[in-house]
Design a binder for this molecule. Structure first.
Ligand SMILES: [Zn+2]
Length: 564
């Protein structure tokens, strides 16, 4: 089995790894490069493989730096299958369309300039309709569902707690009589993150590919993040300013809505003052993503489900507005009312956020709060790093507003979170490949893993092919202490636990539960029909629907297992 690391190697973005085994080619992610111009230029380079030769794409999550080149892959001839979780598919539907649209607009803009300068026209990387075309190759799976893709390849997607639908992918690959288990962490979330469950603990792997975005850093003040945010909001609004929060449309925006909602509920004294402040979600994508969240409430964590159970929608509160049209968006900057504007993109490179920064950065009374990772070279990074002025739409804008960075909202686990997750392995991995981090982060994290957990780490070189079976990794290894290397006996079998046939009693028990729930469900439907005018049973409907989905998921799992 050979593996090549083609993206998220020299930088954080463009996640893409190629596995070649038996006569199959499998891609892990197909992400877009984001950040500096030179990095974005990489998107236009040919793929380092023939897209038509790829059999399967296993997609960890919907973020564009993991999924953004899928429409291009399809445009260039991919005809295989794309596996991901169901919420990831739902998010890709809106995010890849949006991405296609952005590429079209960018190309148009470049072409207008090119025409004036007598230069040749450019093609968009891909269009909205290319994105549309790619959806027919998606095959969404349930979390924890063991899926035999072909006789030599079995996969399971587990909640990674990073964004809705994000997955840690377990991959069992059979070569002759031997089975090797590869685990791809995708991006790992923080524990106790709002809305989402904690990253699933994986107990066994022969090889692991892990992200390292925060591999050498610790998140500070996680518990206080919402207090810090609320204090900045109050301070700014009391002096008549506007709070601008650049935020990823998908994930971060919903978390902030959720946490503000929770904060309002828990702080009765200032609740009325806070409730006066209008919160505008000014991103059509964020609005659509919020709908996808509501549709996938069955994967929410306990706390968020409890909200739903008591009939409180955790993603709605008084004075929360979703703006739609460009006119509504512009109107936010012509009015002087103190407010909160949450807008995308999160790193300020594109989207409506640029207008809000242009109108607020120069104002002393306004504040800009960064709540997410800012990649090198992005406008967000430059503002956060303290530049005195920046160019936006060709205009020099002084930075007089107060600039804050509230890190506790990160979507990524920090160094301790990653180590904690790694310590969940009971067997292996015998080799850890560290990707998706800036150079220092990868190196320091590798040493940390080697030192604390005694695992061998490799920071893969871009484009180099690693033969997992015969490779001598020592030349590339990052080792803290030689004697700490541990040698784990390779178990050729798939985890015993997951392939054990489920007991018939367990399946019967679950089927009984389904029957009971269906009765409840029917009652609820009847009631809804009776009281159609006052809509009282929509929440009940959702709760029961989610429960049925959950049980169905378990049955699918157990049935899959007993079939083995
Ligand atoms: Zn991500």
């Amino acid at each position: 089995m050979k593996i090549k690391f083609l993206g998220a190697v020299e930088s954080v973005t463009g996640s893409c790894h190629l596995i070649e085994v038996n006569d199959k080619k499998i891609l892990l992610d197909c992400g877009q490069f984001q950040g500096k111009k030179e990095i974005e230029q990489l998107n236009y380079k040919d793929f380092e493989f023939a897209p038509g030769d790829i059999d399967y794409l296993l997609l960890s999550h919907a973020h564009i730096d993991h999924s953004g080149r899928i429409p291009l892959l399809v445009k260039k001839g991919f005809k295989g299958k794309i596996f991901c979780s169901k919420p990831t598919y739902d998010l890709c539907e809106i995010m890849l369309r949006d991405s296609g649209h952005i590429h079209e607009v960018e190309a148009e803009w470049k072409n207008r300039k090119a025409e004036r300068a007598g230069r040749e026209k450019v093609e968009p990387l891909y269009t909205e309709s290319d994105a549309e075309e790619s959806f027919k190759y998606f095959e969404p799976l349930l979390y924890e569902q063991l899926t035999e893709i072909d006789e030599n390849l079995t996969v399971r997607f587990n909640d990674a707690g990073h964004i809705l639908g994000s997955a840690i992918i377990e991959i069992w690959i059979k070569e002759g009589e031997e089975t090797t288990k590869l685990v791809f962490s995708g991006d790992l979330g923080m524990k106790d993150k709002p809305i989402l469950k904690d990253p699933t603990i994986i107990e066994k792997a022969d090889y692991l590919i892990i992200e390292s975005t925060y591999g050498n850093r610790l998140h500070e003040k996680i518990g206080e993040r919402i207090d810090i945010l609320a204090n900045i909001i109050l301070k700014t609004v009391r002096r008549g300013g506007t709070v601008v929060i650049p935020s990823f449309a998908v994930g971060r925006t919903q978390e902030i809505i959720y946490e503000l909602n929770q904060y309002y509920d828990g702080n009765k004294k200032i609740q009325s003052e806070l409730a006066q402040i209008p919160v505008y979600i000014d991103s059509p994508l964020a609005t659509k993503a919020t709908e996808v969240f509501k549709k996938n409430a069955h994967v929410f964590d306990e706390e968020a489900r409890e909200y739903i159970m008591i009939g409180d929608n955790p993603l709605e509160f008084e004075n929360l507005h979703f703006t739609q049209s460009a006119e509504e968006s512009k109107a936010l900057n012509t009015s002087d009312e103190p407010k909160i504007i949450i807008s995308a993109s999160g790193m300020c490179d594109a989207g409506r956020i640029k207008h809000h920064l242009k109108h607020n950065l120069w104002k002393k009374k306004s504040s800009v709060i960064f709540v997410g990772y800012q990649a090198e070279g992005t406008l967000g990074r430059r503002i956060r790093d303290g530049e005195k002025a920046v160019k936006i739409f060709g205009e020099e804008i002084q930075i007089n507003a107060e600039i804050y960075s509230v890190e506790g909202f990160s979507g990524h686990a920090d160094k301790n979170g990653l180590l904690d997750w790694l310590s969940g392995f009971k067997e292996g991995p015998k080799q850890v490949f560290i990707v998706h981090g800036e150079d220092d982060s990868k190196k320091e994290f590798a040493l940390e893993i080697n030192n604390k957990l005694g695992l061998d780490c490799v920071i893969p070189l871009p484009g180099k092919e690693y033969d997992l079976i015969s490779e001598n990794f020592s030349e590339n290894q990052v080792t803290a202490k030689e004697d700490k290397n541990i040698n784990i006996e390779k178990d050729k079998k798939v985890d015993g636990k997951c392939l054990q046939p489920a007991s018939k009693e367990k399946i019967d028990e679950l089927l009984n539960e389904i029957v009971k729930l269906k009765e409840l469900f029917q009652d609820s439907l009847l009631l809804t029909e009776e009281s159609l005018n006052n809509n009282i049973n929509v929440e009940d409907f959702n709760i029961i629907n989610n429960k049925i989905l959950e049980i169905e998921k378990n049955i699918v799992n157990l049935t899959m297992l007993s079939g083995k």
